[in-house]
Design a binder for this molecule. Structure first.
Ligand SMILES: Cc1ncc(COP(=O)(O)O)c(C=O)c1O
Length: 369
């Protein structure tokens, strides 16, 4: 397939989503979740868009996951069940989150006593009850407590505060990014750690009601993770180049590309497009990986990237681009590319619409306006 006719006059580079494919992806995810009795709480950091969040809820998402106060403020307009899956440290951030209308149940993931105390006192001040998931690190080495004894200790501390309520545990398996058929060892290691954790929590009367995990690379293997009650996958609304290498999606499932124009072919074996790091982001896969591929010529990699230039390696392809030709570029990592767009162009039943990305940026979002 080539560039859609309604995109011919769009100024490039431009992030474009295909609503039909978005809908197909959402349907496939919710069908999988229902088949396995797991809830779905998609991470909105991928799209930052109220209309897409609404679509996720209408498709069957039980709630939404957010990372920033602005995402929480924006998404409170369409959802009354938000998980802040990021350590919420700092008074101004806490005040903003606690100011979200009380009809919204806020849950936070925490991994320190300091964060717990801060959340508890902010919740008390705001006159609300916040649910807490204790975060454990199951291999990524980013956030989360490193051993089950510490998880138990922090979970017990929650009981000391009236304004917070222990709801369960969370983890993020972001270290598992190999092809899905090669994830056996990674999944088995998650399973072992979780079984041990459940046993210890159970002995303390702290069996978790919620076990929140999941990611796009492990999406279709989530049912192999024992006790998982909800999946927070974000990327899977659009998928991206990583989703192809991990085997969780095909080229045909890609719902977001950056529309770009060939601006130069003067150097042999190369073509330069107007999508650089300021529209695709600079998410490298090391020296041999490149930054993106072309959706319609997946053998063509974007090998070098400047701010407004993307240098394509066409030496492995029969395709001979002409200056002015349009291409659809599939970034390595979709979330950071969407975040660079001023708006999202969305193909809706053949017509082109512009959808705002309200949750981009960090400023306060006034939901009363
Ligand atoms: C805490 C947390 N949960 C969920 C996700 C969603 O992961 P993915 O985009 O792989 O689905 C992320 C992604 O960065 C994350 O950091």
């Amino acid at each position: 397939m080539s560039v859609h006719s309604s995109l011919v006059n769009v100024e490039t580079p431009a992030g474009v989503a295909d609503l039909g494919k978005v809908r197909d992806n959402l349907l496939r995810i919710i069908t999988y979740c229902r088949q396995h009795g797991i809830s779905w709480r998609p991470h909105v950091k991928t799209h930052k868009c109220i209309s897409l969040a609404r679509l996720q809820i209408e498709s069957g998402a039980q709630g939404l996951t957010v990372a920033t106060p602005r995402e929480a403020e924006v998404m409170s307009m369409v959802c009354d069940d938000l998980l802040l899956a990021y350590p919420i440290i700092g008074d101004s951030k806490l005040d903003r989150v606690m100011a979200i209308p009380n009809r919204v149940q806020i849950t936070v993931g925490i991994d320190s006593e300091k964060a717990l105390e801060a959340v508890a006192s902010a919740a008390l001040k705001a006159g609300r009850t916040v649910k807490v998931l204790v975060e454990m690190d199951l291999g990524m080495g980013r956030v989360g407590l490193g051993n089950k004894e510490d998880v138990v200790w922090l979970a017990k501390r929650i009981r000391k505060f009236k304004s917070v309520e222990y709801a369960g545990i969370m983890f993020y398996p972001g270290h598992i990014r190999n092809p899905q058929e090669k994830q056996d060892a990674g999944i088995e290691s998650l399973a072992t750690s979780l079984r041990n954790l459940y046993e210890t929590l159970g002995l303390e009367g702290l069996s978790p009601e919620v076990v929140s995990g999941g990611s796009t690379p492990t999406l279709w293997r989530s049912h192999e993770v024992p006790g998982l009650t909800e999946i927070r996958s974000g990327t899977s609304i659009f998928f991206d180049r990583e989703s192809i290498t991990t085997g969780v999606a095909d080229l045909d499932d890609m719902a977001y590309t950056v529309l770009s124009t060939v601006v130069s072919t003067s150097v042999n074996g190369r073509a330069v497009i107007d999508a650089g790091s300021k529209s695709l982001a600079k998410e490298s896969w090391g020296k041999d990986g490149g930054f993106a591929v072309l959706l319609d010529h997946p053998e063509v990699e974007l090998r070098e990237i400047s701010e407004e230039h993307g240098v394509l390696d066409i030496s492995m392809s029969d395709w001979r681009p002409k200056v002015g030709e349009r291409v659809r570029v599939l970034p390595n990592h979709v979330c950071v590319s969407v975040n660079l767009q001023d708006e999202l162009l969305v193909l809706v039943d053949g017509a082109l619409e512009s959808w705002p990305l309200e949750a981009r940026g960090r400023q306060f979002f006034d939901i009363t306006i």
